[in-house]
Design a protein around this ligand. Structure first.
Ligand code: SAM
Length: 268
């Protein structure tokens, strides 16, 4: 590998590389990796966070989509025997191949903004394997994840993330910490999967369906938006006022609606 390889950031891969040492250090301290732990980094890029993660002594698997970065990373971290690189799309990555015991994986990533929401949904499907996750995301996305009911930020992302995880908006990061600088502010979020969900749904897939349907038209009443799934009597039987709008309902109420749907003979 040529020591002087200059990688040009690629927009289509959402490449904004971190270069601010202070920010990098703050993220590493928030992750707080220790020897014997198992880390998974999504999109290591040129290795801004990777080096500190490897220095913790934990085992680190990384998944990077950009083939041109593979030799760069392999060369840079050739002396670390706790480093495993997977070239490919994190959205298609099979987390079971890591053979991680339940609640063991620490997932990390300065995520490409174009795939952050689908990637987080992909990870939530494996929440039982995960101990915690630390992500750099668009600040607006972190605000939606951490939102409570009653406002415009409360929606499908807040509800499904909070169903599975405790959410902590840790700190914000300005565009100047990256090269090239993105147009928006970013933030670091910590997601910790619940050991036992505080509001378990009989079928989480039905919760997703109810939430998706309800927020498809967030200005309409629940009676209207849920028409195809639950009638007025079923909404009332779940203890929910059908004249409310979806953003007025908390997670527990959405779970009651999903359980009501699960109890119906033909919900499919
Ligand atoms: N972690 C590095 C840093 O902080 O400087 C890079 C962050 S950059 C915002 C996002 C990285 O994710 C890039 O290296 C990009 O190539 C990679 N990436 C983009 N889409 C990906 C995907 N679907 N799966 C895995 N990596 C991806």
């Amino acid at each position: 590998m040529n020591e002087h390889y200059q990688h040009r950031a690629r927009k289509r891969f959402g490449q904004n590389f971190l270069h601010d040492a202070g920010v990098i250090d703050r993220i590493l301290r928030a992750i707080h990796a220790k020897p014997g732990e198992h880390l998974l980094e999504i999109g290591p890029g040129q290795g801004a966070l990777t080096e500190g993660l490897l220095n913790s002594g934990a085992h680190l698997d990384v998944v990077e989509l950009d083939k041109d970065l593979v030799p760069v990373l392999q060369h840079k971290f050739r002396d670390f025997d706790n480093f495993t690189l997977h070239q490919g799309d994190a959205l298609k990555f099979d987390f079971n191949q890591l053979q991680a015991p339940p609640r063991s994986l620490k997932v990390v990533g300065n995520l490409p903004y174009n795939i952050s929401t689908p990637l987080i949904f992909h990870l939530l499907a494996h929440a039982h394997l995960i101990r915690d996750m630390h992500f750099m995301l668009q600040k607006e996305v972190v605000e939606r994840m951490a939102a409570g009911p009653g406002g415009g930020d409360w929606g499908r992302l807040s509800i499904m993330v909070q169903y599975h995880c405790r959410v902590e908006h840790l700190f914000n990061v300005g565009p100047g910490a990256f090269n090239p600088a993105p147009k928006v502010d970013s933030a670091i979020v910590r997601l910790v999967p619940h050991e036992t969900p505080p509001h378990p749904a009989k079928d989480p897939a039905l919760l997703e369906r109810v939430v998706r349907e309800a927020f498809n038209q967030r200005r309409k009443t629940l009676r209207n938006t849920l028409k195809g799934l639950l009638d007025g009597a079923a909404i009332e039987a779940a203890g929910v006022d059908g004249s409310l709008r979806p953003e007025q309902l908390d997670l527990a109420a959405f779970v009651r609606l999903a359980d009501q749907l699960a109890a119906q003979p033909a919900h499919s």
